[in-house]
Design a protein around this ligand. Structure first.
Ligand SMILES: C[S@@+](CC[C@H](N)C(=O)[O-])C[C@H]1O[C@@H](n2cnc3c(N)ncnc32)[C@H](O)[C@@H]1O
Length: 301
């Protein structure tokens, strides 16, 4: 149920994606499968997830391939685990450590649900390639001896405590990506690497920003005595002033003069539909800093 009307579940179940379904008010909704990034943004969360925009950059930083073995700490809600699972594929392996059993169980549940939903619409099953381990990584030195890791990703409050435990298992030249919300935490991490002479070189620290744009057909609107143009969003909002360009959230209303100039300048009509195109008023805020650490072989070894 939404402002567009009611669409019962039984009208949706069994239908193929890509078609429009009518609601009780006659509006049409496009039916489609959720993408992985949509699923992780909407699935039940315990701790904050790594955001899909950041995960894409982390996957690139780690340069992981199908068949790789990747270590993740911690599992959290399981968002990153799902993307890692897809990146390493059926021949690869993800080992995901989590200290809290509620988070461990939630990550496993979210992973299981995604795999089950995947099966409905696909011939090949989603790989079952994530080992969720309920353990504090600082006590896992013995486990680490039996693995060789192509890459590591640390998404935990104090990644400093994990580095001494996990670095011996990372292959020479491999990447450890660290996801931290505050730049002061990044400084603390780099300071720890220097103080304890850990074999990591910091290659990059980045923040991923997406700038959302609004490009929508404008609508002609009769406003008191003037004829105006506005986007299809928020058309219920009353314009604040006549004959002036105003911005209310994602709404743009053009002056009558501008409208006439733009669309019938020299007696010629340029376009039948005026467009509004500008950065959206709604932008994503800061999520995290991504630090790329490269393992090196110390000169004396
Ligand atoms: C921000 S969450 C991770 C979110 C996850 N990457 C996701 O995308 O859903 C951080 C997790 O690290 C776990 N953690 C913190 N310290 C840990 C440790 N020493 N060993 C294992 N997990 C730890 C926390 O319990 C928490 O669930």
């Amino acid at each position: 149920s939404s402002s567009a009307g009611i669409l019962p579940h039984h009208d949706i179940i069994g239908q193929l994606p890509g078609q429009f379904l009518p609601t009780s008010t006659g509006a049409r909704l496009l039916l489609r499968r959720p993408s992985l990034d949509e699923y992780v943004l909407l699935m039940p969360r315990g701790p904050t997830i790594a955001y899909p925009k950041d995960i894409s950059a982390i996957l690139m930083m780690m340069d992981i391939h199908p068949g790789d073995t990747v270590l993740e700490i911690g599992s959290g809600s399981g968002a990153m685990s799902l993307f890692l699972s897809r990146a390493v594929g059926p021949k690869g392996r993800v080992i995901s450590y989590e200290i809290r059993d509620d988070h461990h169980n939630l990550a496993k549940k979210n992973y299981r649900h995604w795999r089950a939903a995947w099966e409905i619409g696909h011939m090949e099953e989603w790989p079952d390639n994530v080992d969720f381990v309920l353990k504090d990584i600082s006590t896992a030195a013995a486990d680490m001896k039996s693995v060789t890791l192509d890459a590591i990703v640390l998404d935990m409050l104090h990644p400093q405590i994990a580095l001494p435990v996990v670095h011996p298992s990372l292959k020479q030249g491999g990447v450890c990506a660290v996801y931290l919300a505050n730049i002061t935490q990044v400084i603390g991490l780099l300071d720890r690497i220097q103080t304890f002479k850990l074999p990591f070189l910091c290659e990059r620290i980045i923040e991923v920003t997406h700038r959302n744009w609004l490009v929508v057909p404008a609508k002609i609107k009769n406003c008191k005595s003037s004829q105006m143009v506005e986007t299809q969003e928020n058309i219920e909002e009353a314009p604040q002033k006549e004959y002036e360009e105003i911005h209310i959230q994602d709404q743009v209303v053009l002056k009558e003069d501008e409208f006439n100039e733009s669309f019938s300048g020299d007696g010629e009509t340029f376009s039948s539909v005026p467009y509004v195109a500008r950065p959206s008023c709604w932008q994503e805020a800061h999520s995290a800093f991504l630090t790329k650490l490269r393992k090196f072989r110390p000169l004396h070894s």
